[in-house]
Design a binder for this molecule. Sequence first.
Ligand code: PFF
Length: 453
Amino acid sequence: MTDTKKSIHGEWSSRSAFILAATGSAVGLGNIWKFPYITGEHGGGAFVIVYLLCVALIGIPIMIAETLLGRRGRENPVNTMQLLSAEAEQDPRWQYVGWVGMAAGLLILSYYSVIAGWASAYVFKAFTGSFFNADAAAIKQLFSDFIGSPLQLIFWHTLFMAATLFIVARGVDKGLEKSVRILMPGLFILLILLVMYAMTTSGYFQGIHFLFSFDFSKLTGNAILIAMGQAFFSLGLGMGCVMAYGAYLPNDISIAKTSIIIAAVDTLVALLAGIIIFPIVFTYQLNPGSGPGLIFETLPIAFGTMTGGWLFGVLFFIILVFAALSSAIALIEPTVSWLVENRGISRQRASLQAGGIAWLIGLATVFSFNAWAAFKPFGLTLFDLIDYVTANLMLPLGGLAIAIFVGWKMKQQHSAQELNIVDPEYFKLWLMLTKYLAPAAVFLVFLHVVGVL
Ligand code: PFF
């Protein structure tokens, strides 16, 4: 809150370190695993357009707003909201934004770890040559045998969670920063290589057409909600992660510029993933709407047949695991920093407690793919339900609250001071988007889904 206040957890060593870590949080399973499969489920092009609009008009302004709250408060999301609501002479209940965010983070982490566990298992499958010359049917069978085994899923889920906790326990600069520095550039290079492969497949144009042609007749209210939820999920917004990371941001770094860079990289990675996956889907006549298994049922076919496929396969899944790790550490950070700051326990203990809870809830996701697959409250498996509630309801609601707080409750002079945007026109544009457009858009989508609009 003062210019000199620093987080007790330390700070990012530079602007590039923050960009890397925040990009690491944004780029993850959401881009490479989730974006293609939900795009496939919702018919492609029109869904992608709505997604891009959500990122530009809602995501970026809210990302700027959430980061500025974090840097001004310099504590965990609950304390930050408490401090800033006091500063703005507002109701202390704004701190619930932090609480809901922490809950959403642990819930998302619970299934995130299971899916990242799949990716970890696929590193070994790629390494041991399981995909070699396998056809689409064999790859599909391999996947369904795998997710049909709770023991295997629990094993990989546990391993991934342990790796996450190990990094988080080491702290901001030693753990978080180091891991992303090497991984992000590696991910990028590999994606470009795979795009080059996709361009050689016979389904390339059909895949591109699917991704970028807009048939708005396929777009339902629910699809728009899911596109918006995905924008929040992929940018990692609305749940205090960005706030927690913003708390470690030095004062002289431009929040607006970094937010735009992060959103652009995040969107590019998602589009690249789509450009890789859909051509393979159409080349092998697979179903683009086949759900969460999509990348696990498509990419291995490519790795099994292409030259150098063994190496690319191993590298791809390793990088996917690391992209997931750099997001998982962000998902848990709000709770860990809350435990450290408010309960006075060590980072190690805090990581263990928060991770233990997420691990336990993750078992519901594990069983939703096998033993409990038939258990469908509201017509959704437990995995789908947790995903739906967190991404499509909790995150947009958190984002809505953040936009309203920053746009309407916080003193404008304080937000202007944090953002320090030189051109007043740009500041005005951001303020208009945060004050009116972003909250109105989230609200309208909600109304549409509950059938009022
Ligand atoms: N943005 C991450 C992804 O796309 O995989 C997931 C995520 C990370 C969501 C951090 C929320 C978050 F706070």
